[in-house]
Design a protein around this ligand. Sequence first.
Ligand SMILES: NC(=O)c1ccc[n+]([C@@H]2O[C@H](COP(=O)([O-])OP(=O)(O)OC[C@H]3O[C@@H](n4cnc5c(N)ncnc54)[C@H](OP(=O)(O)O)[C@@H]3O)[C@@H](O)[C@H]2O)c1
Length: 289
Amino acid sequence: MNVGFVGLGAMGSGIVRRLLAAGHDVTGWNRTPAKADALVAEGMRRAGSPGDAAAESDVVFTMLTDARALEAVADELVDGLRSDSIWLDMSTIAPDQSRALAARVPAGASFLDAPVSGSLTTLAAGQLSIMVGGDRAVFERVEPLLLDIGPKVTYLGAQGNALLMKMAINLSLVVQGMSFCESVAMAENAGIPREAAVDAVLKSVIASPMLQYRGPMVLEGGRPETPFADAALQQKDQQLGLALGRELGAPLPFASLANEFLTVCRAAGLGDQEWIAVYDVFRRMGGAA
Ligand SMILES: NC(=O)c1ccc[n+]([C@@H]2O[C@H](COP(=O)([O-])OP(=O)(O)OC[C@H]3O[C@@H](n4cnc5c(N)ncnc54)[C@H](OP(=O)(O)O)[C@@H]3O)[C@@H](O)[C@H]2O)c1
């Protein structure tokens, strides 16, 4: 398959690297062209526009910030789709926003929602999880390609279902991260060194893959210079999930509280930091300077 790729940000460029490493021909486009330079040096062809990336490809991926970013490329991309092309969107957006994009795809072409769960570390280690919604036969055409990105590919049925599942997982992820913060902050208040507390948690039954890479970020100097997901980006997902919960009549008490702490995190000037920087908020609430 010839692959088109629109959105070469942190996740997009990591995914393109994995596709190139697996031997696929990739034609990529990014709004800020300089971000494509390194990938071009590694073998990616540069597309002149989102439409060109689609026109050159059997399947065109999008991996963009949000629905607004998708809107900015959608017209051109749709114009470039061929009658048998597949548009596979990996961005984290709401299921209804995704369905609205799918409705714009021309007859014969197909649309899949394929959000991912994981981080830059998970991606680079080849462990990214990909969830897919849409026509099963179309999914089966792209499944081998997705397995070249990460080994955990789950088909969830109708288009939009994968995004719904992604929202549900994300809500739980933030709740878990915050619960970790309050536990470690309590240990630190009791005089246990933070390093020892984090180490103990990561050797305990509650150590998840997410805590394994994000837990050490609460340590001195542990925060990545470029956040995997800053508090503002994470809150975008949290609020999409909460809105969906309200629409479905699903109770989300813990996720709602976690959302308020993401707001506090931003108010404390930590909005552009990895969201686990909320640890500082818990420390200050516990009396630390
Ligand atoms: N980071 C993670 O750990 C992670 C994990 C799972 C899912 N996700 C989801 O993956 C998606 C991408 O995240 P990321 O971490 O790769 O973000 P990122 O590094 O900020 O990349 C965002 C991409 O969107 C493009 N973009 C933004 N606004 C645009 C516009 N108006 N027109 C055209 N392009 C636009 C950016 O282009 P420029 O380069 O020109 O700015 C860039 O290519 C998000 O939906 C995020 O929620 C992220």
